[in-house]
Structure formats: structure tokens, C-alpha cells
Design a protein around this ligand. Sequence first.
Ligand SMILES: [Zn+2]
Length: 125
Amino acid sequence: MPAKAKLSKKEKEELKKLLLEKKNSIVKKLSQYYNDSKEIETDEALDLVDKAETSYTKEFLLGLTDSEREQLSLIDQALERLQKSEFGLCLVCHKEISKKRLKIIPWAPYCIECQEKKEGESKER
Ligand SMILES: [Zn+2]
């Protein structure tokens, strides 16, 4: 049975919206950080994120925690997959990620089984 994402166009649009909203909230936090140190508007921060999409600069990401940094990069990857219509497939086993899971974590790169396996591995050290 071929692995094929069965997300409708409408569902993809909704997930894209969720991803962009999440990205904006992280970027907003980042621009607040910059406001404390440098003068930067939210628009400029967004611009920075766009420019930094291929290679995040160290300075740019100083205002983010590790998990936010990781999330931002996962969100960007998810948006990229959305464009290539590979979205919704697990990066490891290429099976569909459940819609229920995608609605909670739209940037999830793995299905639940693979995610649990990965987490199990990191716990074992
Ligand atoms: Zn998987």
C-alpha cells in the first residue's frame, strides 16, 4: 500500500495557518527580545527570519531558547514540505501521520511510533 497523504486542500490550508501563527508568535517573542537590546520592529524580525531560513545566524537566535529554535526550524521544514506536498508523511517510515496528531503538532516530522522510538533512544543515552 503506497503511503499517500490524504489531507484535503482545505485541511492543508488550515495547518499552514496554524504553522504560520506559531511561527509569528515565536518571531514576536524574538522581536521583543531585540527591543530590549536593539531597535527592531516585528516586521524586521520577520524579515530576519525569512533571510535566515537557510542558515540561522547565531546572533539572530540568541533570543530564543533551544526548544523555540528547534520548533522554528521544524515549522520551516513543515512549511517547505507543505509546498512540495510531502506534508503529513513521517520522515522515517513514510507512513501518514494521523490528522489528529497534525492538528495538535502541525510541525511534527514523525509519526507517533517513530517519535516514541526516538525519545526512547535519547532517554537511554
Ligand atoms: Zn514513522
